[in-house]
Design a protein around this ligand. Sequence first.
Ligand code: TYD
Ligand code: MG
Length: 445
Amino acid sequence: MFACTNCGYKTLKWLGKCPQCGFWESFIEEDAKPRKAAKTKDVTLVNIKELAQTTEKRLPTGINEFDRVLGGGLVKGEVVLIGGEPGVGKSTLLLETAAKLAQENKVLYVSAEESINQINLRAKRLGICPDNLFIVTEDNIEDILPLFDKDFSVVIIDSIQVVRLNYLSGSAGSLVQVRETTGVLTEKAKKTGVCLIIVGHVTKEGVISGPKVMEHIVDCVVYFEGEKNSNFRILRAMKNRFGSVGEIGVFEMTQKGLEQVENPSSIFISQDNQIMPGRSTACILEGMRPMLVEIQALVTKGNFGMIRRKTSGFDFNRFSLLVAMLEKRLGLHLATQDVFVNITGGIRIDDPTADLALVAAVASSAQDFVVPADSIFIGEVGLSGELRIAYNITQRLMEAKRLGFKQAFIPEINHKKLNPKDFFGLNILGFNNAKEVIEKIKMKT
Ligand code: TYD
Ligand code: MG
């Protein structure tokens, strides 16, 4: 059998070009050695009632933002995949994590990508020098496996694309190698109870024989992401057999490594207090974590026939819908205008309840009125401008109150269920549609 190292397409004879993904010279021969038929054995049954009494013990990494994403720390024998683009900071995060863990556990860091010297330089830069952290720069997995038995609590593999199993054909990083090495490592981790953290590179175009084939094998998949030109990094759980997904950890890349950002709201809203049109604040929810972010919009006259629309950090299609809605329902004249939207701090918003803040920012810039800086906007906006119900409104409002906001513009459908006493100091206003919200802001200014 031959398999495409890019997409996994299988064929009986070698092909120059993959008919599925169009890659050239990506076929390698796959050893389809039949596994020996195993002897049958009795299967043990476990009563779930007895299990319920045992509580699983967690091994905290010592980095709170990472622990939050893992669901409180590592579980014995857990396999975690950390995916991310090259250069985002995976090795930095893991070296810091390893150092923290090594304060109380024996940790093995398999760095097949970098030399001892490079790691040493990085460790110096990060200012770490723990007793129980051991480094190897070996890329052959067969040589690594015996180390699992040397009472390490945690093993880190950096990265899966450069380690290999010698008995398999195909170069390191090929689909077959990635899949098989992950399988073998996972099996070993489960058998020995060692926690295993694997790094996997992801490329912009999607994935080349990378994390996607590993996702179903491992217990937990987290992605480490960051926008270009921004120092903020977000760690996001995409799959977690031992915790919830959607949780995020926020970090800032500094000269001395990654620093945890325990209070993300404070960085995503600008501190300059300048009052001008085109700015508003939204409260998004990342996992269970409310975060305030500032949305900036700029509406200017475009060149005839060449209007520009750009967003950074906000879904472009959603933005286009909202711009169309603003034209039709609020009578804004945007057809000849350039419209730019930016989310400060380089964060990407997926939460639809940020719609109302975006609408407010665009309308404010287009019509040149100021949105009060002490106000927060929560609500998904429909195509006729109606405000839809926002989930977890209480948490969002609490966060706004905590950060000193004085007013909240929210959907009426949420508003009527709230008890204003719970949010003393925050004036909460309910609306049925975006038009009313804009009119209300304009009345005040
Ligand atoms: P790295 O952890 O090597 O990324 P990955 O393993 O995901 O490929 O991080 C590389 C980038 O991080 C590099 O461009 C330099 C930057 N960096 C800092 O800004 N400060 C630091 O203290 C360190 C160690 C790296
Ligand atoms: Mg690296």
